[in-house]
Design a protein. Structure first.
Length: 528
């Protein structure tokens, strides 16, 4: 019978070679086709010019098709006929009839550009005539007849990409049984990182699912529910005053915080150089600087040790390209999908030296941190506190008059007090700027990057103008190309004990002195 193999012993794109040692008794005479699922591209089709093999040595096949732009980690699906020709319960005619069945050689996702409706396009080949047949279905597998002239393939557009997530069925459901492999295919709008459409496919049977499986039926979803519940418990626990640092959080909404999770110099090859717990973060950004000789890869994990799936698609955030990739093959900023409790980052196979900084973006549930020194309750009776005797009930008052009525307060406009705005408008330099020459507080920062590349604003605790590349900033804030950053620290401001200054550069490193252009970055900093 014909079987689908979802892995090979080795795929070497640079030499166009595939090792089929994992298929017992492999012979090229029974190899029907090989599809690179990651790229929606057939790389071997029996009997088709340009898609055959150039040579074979043992179980290693050298392809005619040029795969030098592919990656060794790409997912390959192999269609191989391992029918036992000696089986006594098969007749020659039944085998012949089976071989004459139409064979599906591609399955891609398309969108009608006039009404944003998604379709699945299938190409099958009649084994008797060799002629291809194209058909369409909707996302549930029902036959459809779209207007072909209006269709655009998903993934060929600059603003969409496909994200695959694998699951194992742990219960029976409509269209699948326990043990089946289920794939969730999300069409992601890369302009705002929202999901435009979702397709569910049972890869064990090759059939589409008419509806999303119940969460309890899939192992992956159960893990995610556990992670979400754990995150909620951690959030609740964080509201309890911490006796070690004496801080009590106060809830607000509509605020974000970017936290540096790791800063790793990488010099070793094929090594898991970072394992990050991302349960508290809604987005993860990886910034790569230095020389990258071979791609950096990111993988999902449940425990921070074992990988649970294939490489994650990384979305470029700088303007050199908007396409997604399965690995970071050059310096830049990359958005890493958060689909599991942990992320594991792995270096490539060619020696090089570069630095990887990983940031997590999370919702802030407090705009003020009230510092309180927590101590055990005083015992009953008289107590001495710094020479003051305390006993009975104390009355708290404002001024010299005991409070007998509630204290009412309302905000009023004033000409003194409050935060002072400092305009930010970049010149053609690194913009070494002294905002305040003495101790102060930074309350908020709003900046907009008008350029087509990442820019970085760096804050310094100095009472003289900072020197970018020499002085060490206390905080470095990346600004995406064509994007804004609106950062509210807290009601009391961030303390700068010596003075307040900033610089604006084109690079992340503390030693970077890359000048930006006039008006690349504009905004305002509020301080006191």
């Amino acid at each position: 019978m014909k079987n689908i193999y979802e892995s090979v012993t080795a795929f070497t794109p640079a030499t166009r070679q595939i090792d089929f040692s994992n298929i017992a008794g492999f012979t090229v005479k029974r190899l029907l086709s090989v599809i690179n699922i990651t790229r929606n591209t057939p790389i071997y089709i029996v009997g088709r010019a340009g898609y055959g093999f150039a040579s074979i040595a043992g179980n290693v096949l050298t392809l005619q098709y040029d795969t030098t732009t592919h990656q060794a980690g790409d997912i390959l699906t192999v269609f191989y006929d391992d029918t036992d020709l000696s089986a006594k319960d098969s007749t020659l005619q039944s085998i012949l009839n089976e071989l004459r069945d139409d064979r599906q050689i591609s399955e891609t996702i398309w969108i009608d550009s006039t009404n944003s409706t998604y379709f699945i396009r299938r190409v099958t080949v009649n084994q008797d005539t060799g002629l291809p047949t194209v058909s369409f279905t909707d996302l549930a597998g029902n036959p459809a007849s779209p207007t072909v002239a209006n269709l655009v393939q998903v993934g060929s557009q600059t603003d969409s990409e496909l994200v695959f997530t694998g699951y194992r069925a742990i219960a029976n459901g409509t269209g699948f049984s326990t043990g089946d492999r289920i794939v969730e295919i999300n069409v992601v709008d890369t302009k705002n990182y929202t999901i435009a459409a979702t397709i569910w496919k049972n890869t064990t049977t090759g059939l589409l699912l008419a509806a999303a499986p119940a969460a309890a039926s899939l192992l992956g979803d159960n893990e995610k529910v556990f992670a979400d519940q754990l995150t909620q418990l951690q959030a609740i626990n964080a509201k309890v005053p911490n006796l070690l640092n004496g801080r009590t959080p106060v809830d607000i909404v509509n605020n974000e915080q970017m936290v540096q999770l790791a800063n790793v110099p990488v010099t070793t090859v094929n090594t898991n150089f970072a394992s990050i717990d991302v349960r508290a973060y809604k987005e993860v950004v990886m910034v790569v600087t230095g020389t990258v000789a071979s791609p950096i890869q990111a993988y999902p994990s449940l425990d921070g040790t074992a990988l649970i799936g294939g490489q994650l698609a990384l979305g470029r955030l700088d303007a050199t390209t908007s396409a997604s990739t399965l690995a970071a093959a050059q310096p830049g900023a990359y958005k890493v999908p958060v689909k599991s409790p942990f992320l594991i980052f792995r270096s490539g196979g060619t020696a090089s030296s570069y630095n990887v900084t990983i940031f997590g973006i999370k919702e802030i549930t407090s705009d003020a941190i009230i510092h309180a020194i927590l101590a055990n309750a005083l015992p009953a009776g008289a107590n001495t506190i710094g020479g003051v005797n305390q006993a009975g009930t104390w009355t708290v008052q404002i001024g010299n008059t005991p409070n007998t009525t509630p204290i009412l307060a309302s905000p009023r406009p004033g000409t003194t007090g409050g935060a002072t705005p400092s305009r930010i408008k970049s010149a053609a330099s690194v913009n070494n700027t002294l905002v305040k020459a003495s101790a102060g507080n930074v309350f908020s920062l709003y900046v907009f990057n008008t350029s087509a590349a990442l820019r970085y604003i760096k804050l310094y605790n100095k009472n003289t103008a900072p020197v970018a590349g020499t002085d060490i900033p206390v905080v470095t804030i990346p600004i995406r190309a064509g994007a804004e950053r609106d950062i509210l620290l807290n009601d009391f401001g961030g303390l700068f004990s010596s003075g307040i200054g900033y610089a604006i550069t084109g690079g992340l490193a503390d030693t970077d002195t890359t000048a930006v252009a006039v008006d690349d970055v504009t905004g305002v900093l509020y301080f006191a």
